[in-house]
Design a protein around this ligand. Structure first.
Ligand SMILES: C[S@@+](CC[C@H](N)C(=O)[O-])C[C@H]1O[C@@H](n2cnc3c(N)ncnc32)[C@H](O)[C@@H]1O
Length: 191
């Protein structure tokens, strides 16, 4: 896997890489809806003719994201949010999605006991890569700083290392001076 240093925000880097490949009318996936900031970003990328399919385990997250979308003027036809673990996404996705975003860890301002888990995250990554179109982008924000987040971040980095040979590119983005507990971004572009 390639390594790159980022001067600015990792989340903005993820958004820029996704924005470069997603077009109006595309179908994209927010695998961890949370408060819906990424869902809104994705909805703006795909426009009124596109669709964002989102997943989260918590009703609070789905409610908060739905509120955020309607307050931002996004029509309900553009997004489809499922109260469901992303490991079960396959039943709800068409083939050929343009991008899949993961933002691991816990819901900011919510229950810190509900965090993404290694086994379900890896299952969801397999599914995400399978459903991506050629040229599509898979991004994962990893947070090794919280309990459980370190093992998950390592497992996800291992998954990217394993798929690196079979995708067009797999890159780890880190801030300058990053330490072991500093968040990092993993991005793969499918061949
Ligand atoms: C860091 S937050 C996401 C932030 C979000 N992208 C945003 O823009 O606000 C992580 C989310 O993952 C959710 N989550 C945890 N396990 C999950 C699973 N198996 N499937 C889907 N979502 C899950 C949590 O409920 C939490 O809302």
């Amino acid at each position: 896997m390639k390594q790159e240093i980022v001067e600015g925000s990792l989340l903005e880097t993820a958004h820029a890489l996704i924005d470069a490949v997603v077009h109006e009318g595309d179908v994209v996936v927010d695998a961890t809806v949370g408060n819906g900031h990424d869902t809104l970003f994705l909805a703006n990328c795909v426009g009124v003719g596109g669709r964002v399919i989102g997943f989260d385990l918590q009703q609070d997250a789905i409610d908060s994201a739905s509120r955020h979308m309607s307050e931002s003027g996004i029509g309900s036809g553009v997004y489809d949010l499922h109260l469901l673990g992303h490991e079960l996404m396959a039943a709800h996705l068409p083939m050929g999605v343009a991008a899949v975003m993961f933002n691991l860890g816990y819901l900011p301002g919510g229950d810190k006991g509900v965090i993404t888990q290694v086994s379900t995250t890896l299952q969801a990554l397999d599914s995400a890569l399978h459903h991506l179109r050629g040229g599509g982008v898979l991004s994962v924000m990893c947070y090794p700083g919280h309990l459980g987040g370190d093992a998950e971040a390592q497992a996800v980095a291992g998954w990217f290392d394993r798929v690196a040979q079979s995708v067009d590119s797999a890159t780890c983005y880190q801030r300058r001076g990053a330490r072991e507990t500093t968040p990092f971004l993993l991005v793969a572009q499918k061949s």
